[in-house]
Design a protein around this ligand. Structure first.
Ligand code: FES
Ligand SMILES: [Fe+2]
Length: 446
């Protein structure tokens, strides 16, 4: 089946993407309308708003939004734009406020969105408070503390949209009985490349050994097994890992993790204790899926969650133009970790994912090079994403997860549906069973 953007040739197991989609201003505009104006977009995690009236501002779907808890404690996502003439209601990135006052002419809003005060109100024939009343409120919903917004009132609700991919939030959240928290601070950086290249890269297991060889070499020199090399089979996930899709472009690659590189005995035993408590709550298999599988997951269109066991990040990918992208990244950790274990995870995350770490700058370089390469898109029009196509169970370093994402992208952009490739594979749900089998029966022995 061929469309203008994507070639999905099931017979020859060939999947290609037209390079025009990485450079064209028309495609970029169409993405705004057909994807970012109508899809569930990740905004933030409730642990970022511990108290009433706490707020964060961030850019989501081309809009500035206020992610906050109002005075009743309810979490909200509001447009950070004044009803008067559009200036920002809040210019801080975080804080605690019951009222947001626009700095331009001073219109003031309750943190639940109602317009409550207009300076020189008496000069209006009808008070703007009565004309405009409140900020419009986009659809918002959450799953286990992860909050999403949808700027359209049409289309499926969040639960239907996420489907069984909520499993991936469970695996992250269930690491501690107290759940997870987003740590203070974030990384923000831009790259001179199309946003979709970073989406691909975030779930690209193929590039790890070539692009990140500096990191691998460092780990090997320190006598550590790098986490992406896989080891024994875990919960039916083979050493080479696997890619799987959950519908609507949500997809993941997972592989057996390699424990905790560079961890000292204290860190190891404190994590082992955490795992032991998960075994008591959920059984051995689910605990293995939680603690011993590494995962790179993408939620269509632009939210990424990576859990490499030694650290976890959330990432949002925000297009600023056809060849310019802004990335925000937050480190998350199970609640209740002692300070040393927390420091271990933060150090790992900085070493690997930080803007000056051993992974991120190399990724950025690869993507910016690709973007420059698209200058020759007339002569070389198609990018290839066929790796592992036709396999019944594609590996983590195959490209099923990217194709799943691209098929949803194509569906959003053209309305044409391309059938999915494989049945989803979930290595044991919270009940510890799958397809009626006790999970333990397929665990590796010894
Ligand atoms: S633009 Fe906000 S008060 Fe005028
Ligand atoms: Fe990478």
């Amino acid at each position: 089946m061929t469309t203008e953007y994507v070639i999905d040739d099931r017979e020859n197991h060939l999947f290609q993407v037209n390079r025009e989609v990485f450079t064209s201003p028309e495609v970029y505009e169409r993405e705004r309308r057909r994807i970012f104006d109508r899809t569930w977009l990740y905004v933030g995690h409730e642990s970022e708003l511990p108290r009433r009236n706490d707020f964060r501002t961030r850019d989501v779907g081309g809009r500035s939004v206020i992610f906050n808890r109002d005075r009743t404690g309810r979490v909200r996502v509001q447009l950070n734009t004044c009803l008067h003439r559009g200036a920002a209601l809040c210019r801080h990135t975080s804080g605690n406020a019951k009222i947001f006052t626009c700095f331009y002419h001073g219109w003031a809003y309750r943190n639940s969105g109602e317009l409550v005060n207009v300076p020189a109100n008496e000069d209006y024939a009808v008070s703007p408070v009565d004309v405009y009343k409140a900020l419009p409120s986009p659809r918002t919903d959450s799953y286990r503390g992860f909050w999403f917004v949808n700027f359209s009132d049409e289309g499926p609700g969040l639960a239907e949209w996420l489907g069984t991919s909520t499993y991936l939030f469970d695996l992250v959240t269930d690491q501690s009985e107290e759940g997870i928290q987003v740590l203070e601070g974030s990384h923000q950086y831009t790259l001179e490349a199309n946003w979709k290249l970073l989406v691909e890269n975030s779930v690209d297991g193929y590039h790890a050994k070539s692009v990140h060889h500096t990191y691998f070499e460092m780990m090997l020199e320190l006598g550590q097994t790098p986490p992406m090399l896989g080891d024994a089979s875990t919960n039916g996930v083979p050493p080479a890992g696997l890619g799987t899709e959950f519908g609507n472009g949500n997809a993941t690659l997972m592989y057996p993790g390699n424990g905790l590189p560079l961890a000292n005995d204290h860190v190891r035993s404190s994590l082992a204790a955490m795992r032991e408590r998960a075994v008591e709550r959920f059984g051995e298999s689910y605990a293995t899926a939680v603690f011993n599988l590494a995962r790179n997951s993408v939620y269509f269109p632009s939210f990424v969650m990576i859990d490499l066991n030694f650290g976890m990040i959330l990432r949002t990918i925000h297009p600023l133009g056809p060849a310019r992208t802004e990335v925000s990244s937050w480190h998350i950790a199970p609640r209740g970790l002692d300070e040393e274990s927390l420091r271990y995870r933060v150090d790992n995350a900085l070493t690997f994912w930080g803007p000056a770490g051993l992974a991120t700058p190399d990724d950025v370089e690869a993507l910016e090079q690709a973007q420059r390469g698209f200058g020759a898109r007339r002569e070389m029009a198609w990018s290839d994403i066929s790796k592992g196509m036709g396999k019944k169970r594609p590996a983590a370093n195959d490209e099923l997860q990217m194709r799943a994402w691209w098929r949803q992208w194509n569906r959003s952009m053209t309305g044409r549906e391309l059938p999915r490739e494989v049945e989803e594979f979930v290595p044991f749900d919270r009940a510890g069973t799958r397809d009626g089998h006790q999970a333990e029966s397929v665990l590796p022995r010894g």
